[in-house]
Design a protein around this ligand. Structure first.
Ligand SMILES: [Zn+2]
Length: 493
């Protein structure tokens, strides 16, 4: 960082402080003055700004206007920045600032400055910026780099697994990429951006330009769930099982935003099967964390019979887990006619940390959560009404959160015990899940009763439960003292 850069910051700060004092004087008559740390502005991270007091963080506290863009303020460079951000102490302004941490190790394309491991090259463009405190970031960077020649599907840039595309996104810009995923391959597209909450979103379309999934909150039911958590990382993954799939990936900005981003692609060979290790993958490959691929809603393959009910950033599991769950869902769908998709909840984060670590919130309930390293997953219950979403199954229409089902819910519950038991049997038979199958205590007892009944069926019956399976179910399907598993089943490896 050059001296000129620091001078710019100082001069911006000086002109900003005078503005702050004027606002302060105006508000002196107000007896309900907010704490001085609360921002008088309402711009969130990534929006263009002039001075600090226009910016607020997610708690409403004053943010930092940095490069003309609202950034996050950190209390301490050691611990407060969100996951995958880097904290920099700017001693001359006595502030710590959290930046998205780039994983760029090569030279950044189109970079006039020097790109290092921590920042994109825009940090080196400040020397000749106008320090007059007015939208200079947008002006300078968007004039230089804004707009692309691939701003529509027709002009989409062809990409492959080696593509690591770096660009800037300015004011409602769109960038389109076309990707061919070969048969038997998994493809994951990941968008990482510099400003954690800059308003850009990742979109995925099929060959006919129909929406497959998106991170835009408006696109509710495209296999995606509203995602309030913008942490600078957005990924969407697909599996081309039966034929090569052509997909379009779009990066879109909305409103008065600015951001710098990197879009990268990961291709991996993939197949279905109960046990990863028996399908020719190495132990290392089976343990690799991947995003649970979006179900191919155009396919009639039984393994695609699921949907997602939780944030895409919380859907990362080991290949072994993903294969085992797809297998068990596929087997259940094959045996029971007219089985609706099963809805999948949280797994873990891409970096293996527990879901919610990226925003500093314990997303899963209770202290016993072990949604780490891609080795635990929440699944909805199969339900009598065929809904199969994560919902309270103690009785029809029960509120989402209650601690446990009541005694009378042995009669009232809406779990499809036959399908649920079959799913558990198939999950168990993969040999992958060795932990408890955590359900509600009342539901657990009903599942065990059903297993005892099916144990008496002829061994040629598909629904037959073997003695070994019954032993497992008796001791490992449990819920005692574990509240709120009446809306999903938690299983772990
Ligand atoms: Zn869980």
């Amino acid at each position: 960082m050059g001296k000129n850069f620091l001078l710019i910051i100082v001069s911006v700060l000086i002109s900003c402080s005078s503005g702050v004092s004027v606002i302060g004087n105006d508000e002196d008559t107000d007896k309900n003055l907010p704490d001085e740390n609360y921002s008088s502005g309402n711009k969130t991270t990534g929006q263009l700004c002039v001075c600090d007091n226009e910016c607020m963080d997610s708690y409403g506290l004053e943010g930092i206007c940095f490069y003309g863009i609202c950034a996050l303020a950190a209390d301490s460079c050691e611990k407060v920045c969100p996951q995958d951000h880097i904290c920099r102490n700017f001693s001359i302004i006595e502030k710590d600032v959290c930046f998205r941490k780039w994983i760029v190790t090569d030279n950044v394309p189109n970079c006039e400055g020097v790109s290092d491991l921590d920042f994109s090259c825009i940090n080196n463009l400040t020397e000749d910026l106008d320090p007059s405190c007015s939208k200079y970031a947008e002006k300078r960077i968007c004039e230089t780099y804004g707009g692309t020649s691939y701003s529509s599907p027709e002009s989409a840039m062809e990409v492959n697994s080696n593509t690591r595309h770096f660009s800037h996104s300015c004011k409602e810009s769109e960038s389109w990429f076309k990707v061919n995923v070969g048969t038997g391959y998994y493809m994951e597209a990941c968008l990482e951006f510099f400003l954690p909450m800059g308003d850009i979103d990742l979109f995925l379309y099929n060959e006919d330009l129909e929406l497959v999934a998106s991170r835009n909150p408006q696109d509710y039911d495209a296999g995606e769930k509203i995602d309030f958590y913008n942490t600078g990382l957005e990924c969407l993954a697909v599996f081309a099982k039966e034929k090569t799939r052509t997909l379009y990936v779009a990066v879109k900005g909305t409103g008065d935003h600015f951001n710098s981003y990197q879009l990268s692609f990961r291709y991996l060979p993939f197949s279905d099967g109960a046990r990863c290790i028996e399908r020719g993958y190495t132990r290392e490959m089976c343990d690799e964390i991947i995003q649970f691929p979006l179900s191919d809603t155009e396919s009639v393959d039984e393994h695609e019979n699921y949907r997602f009910q939780r944030f895409s950033n919380y859907r990362f599991g080991t290949r072994e887990l993903v294969m085992a769950v797809r297998y068990a869902i596929g087997e259940t769908t094959k045996v029971f006619e007219n089985t609706n998709p099963l809805w999948i909840g949280i797994i873990s984060q891409k970096n293996g940390l527990a879901t919610g670590a990226d925003v500093g919130v314990a997303f899963s309930y209770g202290s016993f959560s072990n949604h780490t390293n891609g080795k635990a997953i929440d699944l909805a219950y199969y339900q009598k009404n065929g809904d199969n979403k994560i919902r309270n199954v103690c009785s029809e229409g029960a509120p989402f959160y209650i601690d446990k089902c009541a005694e009378e819910d042995r009669e009232n519950h809406i779990v499809d015990l036959e399908r649920q038991l079959y799913l558990i049997k198939k999950l168990y038979n993969t040999g992958v899940f060795s932990g408890l199958f955590i359900v509600d205590q009342i539901i657990a007892e009903e599942i065990i009763k059903k297993a005892e009944i099916n144990n008496l069926l002829d061994s040629s019956d598909k629904l037959h439960i073997t003695d070994e399976e019954l032993d497992f179910i008796k001791y490992y399907v449990a819920g005692e003292g574990l509240p709120r598993h009446n809306n999903h089943m938690h299983i772990g490896m």
